[in-house]
Design a protein around this ligand. Structure first.
Ligand code: SF4
Length: 278
């Protein structure tokens, strides 16, 4: 059984940066709160929690004067306000690519534009972005959603996208909206880390007998990699090597491996050495 790994896989720049910032802080102070799981990878989160990180659901769960880690997904403006009024020490690991979307949304909203976001309305990144235009954005995630929007051609619109969005869907939506609206500004805010990982996964999946995609079940960029690989070859989505079905895997000779942007290197290496040992 041979294993080939995608050219780009695992932690992206933003997650690597966020994880390092949080770890560095934990080295100095073990009484730190994370607003939601640090990343969509429960094994990695566990390591941080073992070092003292406390994961909470809301800012109200954090006692005054403590430290709070804002995740790479970013948060809405009111979370910063609340953190400041509770005198929290903010460790802001928001990915700079997400921060850029907050700034765009804030700037255009203040100039009187209506904001359209392409993405999943329940994803923390989208909830955070929407919080920079007073939660007024129109949020769409499919062509059907776009076609059922109630648009006003006398208004100005600005469109942004979830960083992990598929580029083809973005282009299709831009195409539709540019025909419907006279005054719309498109901001392609898809992150290049996502694009390069998707491209590398696609390239590898045409060369191998099956693909293994490693990543959290709730990680949207991991699920997108799974869908891309599935179009080419049988694909197995796993979180750790324990999820591998050895009987199924034994049918293949050349196995491709890729991993979502929130999968740490040690989990990828673990999976590869396990397959190589079979
Ligand atoms: S996928 Fe892109 S936007 Fe998201 S954290 Fe990574 S680098 Fe930042």
């Amino acid at each position: 059984m041979n294993v080939k790994i995608a050219k780009e896989a695992g932690f992206c720049f933003g997650v690597k940066r966020a994880m390092k910032m949080a770890w560095d802080e934990l080295e100095l102070n073990s009484d730190i709160y994370a607003l939601g799981p640090l990343i969509h990878n429960k094994q990695a989160v566990q390591r941080y929690e073992d070092k003292g990180l406390l994961t909470v659901d809301t800012i109200n769960d954090i006692p005054n004067d403590k430290s709070v880690v804002i995740r790479s997904h970013g948060v809405s403006r009111d979370i910063y306000d609340k953190a400041n009024s509770n005198n929290l020490n903010i460790i802001d690991t928001t990915c700079p690519f997400v921060k850029k979307i907050h700034n765009i949304v804030n700037e255009f909203y203040e100039k009187g534009y209506k904001i359209i976001i392409i993405g999943d309305k329940n994803h923390p990144e989208i909830i955070g972005i929407n919080g920079w235009c007073e939660n007024s954005a129109l949020i769409v995630k499919s062509i059907d959603d776009v076609n059922s929007l109630n648009l006003d051609n006398n208004s100005k619109y600005c469109l942004v996208a979830q960083t992990t969005l598929n580029l083809e869907l973005y282009n299709e939506i831009v195409n539709i909206l540019s025909k419907k609206l006279d005054n719309i500004t498109f901001k392609n805010t898809i992150c290049s880390a996502t694009k390069t990982r998707q491209q590398a996964a696609k390239e590898l999946s045409v060369d191998v007998d099956c693909m293994i995609v490693i990543g959290g079940k709730h990680s949207s960029n991991t699920q997108k990699l799974v869908n891309i690989c599935k179009e080419q070859v049988p694909t197995f989505a796993i979180e750790t090597k324990e999820d591998l079905d050895i009987d199924k895997l034994n049918k293949f000779n050349l196995i491709g491996v890729t991993a979502g942007a929130s999968t740490p290197d040690w989990i990828i290496e673990d999976v590869i050495s396990f397959i190589e040992s079979l």
